[in-house]
Design a protein around this ligand. Sequence first.
Ligand SMILES: Cc1ncc(COP(=O)(O)O)c(C=O)c1O
Length: 412
Amino acid sequence: MANLAVLGGESLLKEPVKSLAWPIRTEETAEKLKQLYMSGEWSFNSPMEQRFEQEFAASHNAKYGIFMANGTVTLECALQALGVKAGDEVIIPALTWMATAMVVHYLSAIPVIVDVEPTTLCMDPAKMEAAITPKTKAIIPVHIYGSTADLGKILSIAEKHGIPVLEDCAQMQGGSWNGKGVGSWGAVGSFSFQQSKVTASGEGGICITNDSELAEKLFLIKHIGYVRGAKQGQGAKTPQGLVCHNYRATAFQALLLSEQLKSLPERIQRYGESARIMTEAIAGVPGVRVQASGRLADPQGYYSFHFIFDGREFDGIDRWTINEACLAEGAGIGNGTHGSVYRHNLFNLSPDQYRIFEGSCPVSDKISCERALGIEHQRMYYRETAEQIGAVVRKVASNVDELRQYAESKNK
Ligand SMILES: Cc1ncc(COP(=O)(O)O)c(C=O)c1O
């Protein structure tokens, strides 16, 4: 009789695992939304937007917040504010969502893609330094899934070369590095509030910064050139040559986010506890490990949590086969995984529009595209779910011979 459910054995879990209902909805917030609706103060740098900008920036130890339509235009505006122009180069990691590369392209600049570290899956600082050329005008480390990029090394290399750092924190809300919020270390930090993110308003994004000049510039760029406080149709003349957009978000989104921000520290703490439980569950099982959290990250934010099946034990076993076996035990782990940016279906840049440092990113290609499987933050909310998922992965990974047998039977 087989152990693994995928081969007819008894499945480990008898009922679906619990997950935090997403997005978060409460009657209290619904009531506040109604009041906001009746107030008519819906947009154009309204009091609610200003309040949220301050709350979010302060919660990440930054002075200024500039609220925008999504976490793609935040990156675009930040690069613009940092002075990136056509033909410049911007260094980004191989493992990220498409937006990080596309925003560089929007400015007719060249994304230079460097490999990630096998442990954290974030940008490899040594490769990043080697990729710097006289044309490099910005560096975008991405805090990916459940790990913070090595800000210590990245910032000191960037400073040595006089290049500004834009932290892409779309996946790292609420995380701290060395006692200070992510996003407040680089010149600008960019966050996304798209529906799946840890605080979410359907769409939305914010830039945070401690630099008052950058804050003012970011505001002009996102608000079609109006200075803060200007009334519609009034205000100072927009600086000549500054390309500005309407990338505003609304007060409704700000309200949703402000409400959710209240529970963020508690959720971050729960995610951290679940990460510890799942890490311990697979300890000692050959061939499988987890994404290492950022070196000085405490607390660590989690958009998702990833298991990495890159030991020789799993050679020849496709990751989706591993996921099938987990699903048969009662909980799949195949969510929230991107793979290398240039391998994404939607990545449509032609070869002259980007550069891959050293021609390839083998770590990202192998680990992120072939060996990593993850769960999303909603399933990290309950301790019990973390214990169950940890047990599922432990069972599947401990029965690797049966798993191989199943993989081979599928290929026949
Ligand atoms: C790393 C990263 N950067 C940028 C973005 C873009 O954010 P948005 O979807 O809000 O435009 C995302 C969103 O998924 C992301 O994960």
